[in-house]
Design a protein around this ligand. Sequence first.
Ligand SMILES: Nc1ncnc2c1ncn2[C@@H]1O[C@H](COP(=O)(O)OP(=O)(O)OP(=O)(O)O)[C@@H](O)[C@H]1O
Ligand SMILES: [Mg+2]
Length: 145
Amino acid sequence: MERTFVMIKPDGVKRGLVGRILQRYEQKGLRLVKARLMEVSRELAEKHYGEHRSKPFFHELIDYITSGPVFAMVLEGNKAISIVRLLNGATKVEDALPGTIRGDFAVSTTENLVHGSDSAASAEREISLWFPDDSTSSLSASDCL
Ligand SMILES: Nc1ncnc2c1ncn2[C@@H]1O[C@H](COP(=O)(O)OP(=O)(O)OP(=O)(O)O)[C@@H](O)[C@H]1O
Ligand SMILES: [Mg+2]
């Protein structure tokens, strides 16, 4: 069993797509083990996307991720990390295939609805960054709003 950090980004929450996106992960057999609807501080966003600090799109990315609440979660299942990346679809809007979340719903490369950890090391780092209190129970929706 593998665990991965997944986030429905502010455009997904604003557009009312949380239920439909979560359903795709669940119907593939992934289990929701933690979830939180939360505002994201610039500090947390910059830590999360630290590897992109030198990229030209970094500031736009941080503005976007902090523009409204996100739905942060931990999903568990066999090969969860790569399966979530497959369901999410390609990063670039023009490469995201129909049938994937981005391919079906996203309208730009920046505003691409979902995040999924890209490796076991990233998953471990991101889960402890977003859910630092390991005693957090399965679902604590909107307690950070
Ligand atoms: N060329 C770009 N122009 C604008 N925004 C970009 C570009 N490349 C990436 N981004 C934004 O930065 C995020 C992080 O980029 P990364 O290369 O890690 O893609 P990803 O792993 O598919 O996405 P994520 O890490 O959010 O799951 C992307 O999801 C997207 O929102
Ligand atoms: Mg990434």
